[in-house]
Design a protein around this ligand. Structure first.
Ligand code: HEM
Length: 206
């Protein structure tokens, strides 16, 4: 829906407009949508246990994949419209501009998560799937850091995201500390994911 909205705005349909700097507007909107979706994906587990609605888990994969999709669109806009496909400039930016280095790292780390999000890959990887998908925590931290570093003056908004992320990760830390030793994620034996849940399509807490 956001992409459809911005496409209409880009073509001036329904009285919508992207303003004076459409490339920046699109780049920022996609980056923000990717970050919002990452945060929403991370809130599924706490909201599910607070509300007792297990069906929320079904949304998690879709939300995560949409976060990846908007991160890819955000990067593509930067590469195609900002850098005009100049890969030398891209390399220089990644090497020299720390916020780009961090954003790029987050995007690269999202790739294996997106590629292994199918039911088949969940079954094949077993407990390793869960370990791999814990990458979402450093990825979310990198994404907030990337946002923080590209803001010039007013850092209130990135700090708000940092606060939300601290809550979401703090919740998990508390839950892990309360788990009995044999149920601790680090103690999970290969195959534990599928045997405990009885279904390869119901991954553990992410
Ligand atoms: C998980 C991946 C990523 C996320 C979640 C993300 C998120 C964001 C966010 C939230 C913003 C600020 C938007 C605003 O101010 O409203 C932003 C800006 C930006 N990001 Fe990313 N980003 C990611 C990856 C990347 C990558 C891979 C690149 C390029 C290699 C990149 C380049 C930029 C640029 C150029 C800006 C605008 C900076 C400016 O206007 O000065 N981002 N990003």
């Amino acid at each position: 829906m956001p992409l459809l909205w911005w496409t209409c705005a880009a073509f001036g349909l329904f009285g919508l407009s992207l303003g004076a700097d459409p490339v920046k507007k699109l780049e920022h909107a996609c980056g923000k949508t990717a970050l919002n979706l990452l945060m929403i994906t991370l809130s599924v587990t706490p909201v599910r246990s607070l509300t007792g609605l297990p069906q929320l888990l079904r949304l998690r994969r879709m939300l995560g994949l949409f976060a990846f999709f908007y991160a890819v669109v955000h990067f593509t806009i930067y590469l195609v419209l900002d850098l005009e496909l100049n890969f030398r400039l891209l390399g220089a930016d990644i090497a020299k501009r720390p916020y780009i280095t961090i954003g790029f790292t987050a995007l690269v780390l999202l790739v294996p998560l997106a590629l292994t999000s199918t039911n088949g890959m969940m079954r094949r990887l077993g407990a390793r799937w869960q370990r791999l998908h814990r990458l979402i925590y450093p990825i979310a931290a990198l994404a907030v850091w990337h946002f923080y570093w590209q803001v010039k003056r007013d850092v209130r908004e990135p700090l708000l995201y940092l606060g939300i992320l601290a809550l979401l990760l703090g919740y998990r830390l508390l839950r892990w500390q309360r788990l009995p030793a044999d149920a601790h994620p680090r103690a999970a034996a290969p195959g534990a994911l599928t045997s405990r849940s009885g279904s390869a399509t119901a991954p553990g807490r992410t």
